[in-house]
Design a protein around this ligand. Sequence first.
Ligand SMILES: NC(=O)c1ccc[n+]([C@@H]2O[C@H](COP(=O)([O-])OP(=O)(O)OC[C@H]3O[C@@H](n4cnc5c(N)ncnc54)[C@H](O)[C@@H]3O)[C@@H](O)[C@H]2O)c1
Length: 325
Amino acid sequence: MRILVTGGAGYIGSVTAALLVEQDHEVEILDDLSTGHGEAVPDGVILHEGALQDDDHLDRVFAQPFDAVVHFAAFSLVGESVRDPLKYWRNNVGGTLNLLQRVATGGARRFVFSSTAAVYGEPDAVPIGEDAQLAPVNPYGHTKLAMERALADAAEATGLSAVALRYFNAAGAWGGRGEDHDPETHLIPRLLRSLLSEGETFAVFGDDYPTPDGTCIRDYIHVRDLAEAHALALAWAEQPGFHAMNLGTGDGHSVQEIITAASRVTGLTVAPPVQPRRPGDPARLVAANDRARRLLGWSPRRSDVDSLLADAWEWHRTHPAGYSG
Ligand SMILES: NC(=O)c1ccc[n+]([C@@H]2O[C@H](COP(=O)([O-])OP(=O)(O)OC[C@H]3O[C@@H](n4cnc5c(N)ncnc54)[C@H](O)[C@@H]3O)[C@@H](O)[C@H]2O)c1
């Protein structure tokens, strides 16, 4: 297939683009490098450097239509979205509408979209199924839900086949590509970076949650497993319509379990300070993943905590300053 990957210079997008190249697809990337890295673009892949909001740029990129679009490009810092929500609506929703406009007028027949567990907000019950109430609690989640709805409406009107993949906590590294965000807000890279540099701080926020060890439980999914789900979704997306699927392991791990695994994998003592709870952190967020298993034939293969941490540790140890060093 001829595939456009937006955000393909970012963390999950670059690992997915590399897998699609491995599978002999013809891949092109559209990315403005606002949070991504040119070094992450797989060899031989064309990088159309520019933003989704740039109409002339999109006209040039879509001069020759694609079979499919995989849409990762978005801003995704929850705290920043609370401080500057319009930046998120402009980039995430505005950019997606521009892209969908091109897709709806013959630019592609298949569309796979990076959605997020944040569309569920703070659910009443876990594991969280796709039919759970959609009630995001921050502007980032609001923009992702709005993008899903725009996609569903466009699929209904045009016969596009659209799959929204709702990731839980992406983690790990693959093929020389890993997490290099600034600021970094995710638990595993923050923890591992604090072991490599004295300047990087790491703390546990709350150890009095109603969980077995008192720390929050999240569902960590290896970036390579995410990439495989995208490849399967592209092959599966033949029927017109909109489909949403969770991507998680269905098996959560507490912050304390991650810390224990980090000391096992690195051989270092990991004993971070405990600070008070942060507002808005639910005790437990775990995916029900039966739909992706059943429809796509997908299953996580590398998301056990030791593999996740070993792959992430290898990336951070060999790239202490990310892609720049
Ligand atoms: N990392 C996670 O745990 C996680 C979880 C759930 C959902 N997601 C979603 O997955 C996607 C990828 O996440 P990531 O962690 O790889 O993020 P990332 O920041 O590493 O990658 C995003 C890429 O999109 C590009 N981009 C952003 N806005 C753009 C625009 N308007 N035009 C062109 N390029 C643009 C950036 O330069 C970057 O390369 C995002 O949509 C994110 O919301 C991520």
